[in-house]
Design a protein around this ligand. Structure first.
Ligand code: PNS
Length: 220
């Protein structure tokens, strides 16, 4: 080594190779942040023009949420970390007889995510792809709990892709303890007198108890 030249522990080279792990991690996250801010994620098969027409940093998480469970909350939190904004889109479905009204479901979700600035709650009816186009969203987020979810979810994802090839469906898995949780089971357990503490947000548990009490009082 020449005198006066200090040997670098991590020789500075371009594009991360040979840089300290900390410096590499820092530059990677900066690049990811820049991409997220500019909204320029390129997906396989998409053209740049496709992608600038829609915002891949705006994601929609659609569902009935009757009621919202900790499994949903887990997926929304994951989505909120991955995308700049995520819209929880509550389906207005006139055919079903829901336990909670659409307004109740919206109010509950807003309460659950009141501290998350990048989580919005909205309602939609009609085709999901049309709603996504109106919102200029580039991504649909869906949760996959088990293999049993896969077939139906794949059908919907492929149908949505056929209806709008520029809209990408991204699947995420909830944390293991919530993989068996569903809104249907939650309602059944509560109706039969069981506890759903811990698998639904506290506000949902309270509202379920209130609803059950109200129904029992009406029957008495
Ligand atoms: O929580 P759910 O009930 O499983 O959610 C289902 C939902 C809302 C995601 C799905 O029914 C839907 O996307 N409905 C909108 C109507 C639509 O676009 N149908 C065609 C789907 S391929």
């Amino acid at each position: 080594m020449r005198s006066g030249t200090r040997r670098r522990r991590w020789p500075a080279r371009s594009r991360g190779y040979g840089r300290s792990p900390r410096a590499t991690a820092r530059s990677r996250s900066t690049a990811a942040d820049d991409r997220a801010r500019s909204g320029r994620f390129l997906a396989c098969g998409s053209t740049f023009t496709d992608w600038i027409a829609m915002s891949p940093v705006l994601a929609i998480y659609p569902g009935s949420f009757d009621p919202i469970t900790m499994g949903h909350v887990d997926i929304i939190q994951r989505g909120a970390r991955l995308f700049e904004r995520i819209v929880v889109a509550v389906l207005i479905n006139a055919d079903k007889a829901p336990l909670f009204s659409v307004q109740e479901r919206v109010d509950i979700a807003r309460e659950v995510f009141r501290d998350r600035a990048n989580v919005e709650v909205d309602t939609f009816d009609g085709l999901l792809v049309d709603y996504a186009r109106r919102k200029q969203a580039g991504v649909i987020v869906k949760g996959l709990r088990a293999v049993s979810d896969f077939e139906y979810e794949m059908q919907m994802a492929l149908m949505n892709r056929r209806l709008n090839p520029e809209l990408e469906t991204v699947f995420m898995m909830p944390t293991e303890p919530y993989t068996y949780v569903s809104s249907r089971l939650v309602k059944e357990v509560v109706a039969l007198g069981g506890s759903v503490k811990g698998i639904v947000p506290d506000i949902v548990e309270r509202r379920l108890r209130e609803k059950k009490l109200a129904r029992e009082t009406l029957r008495a």
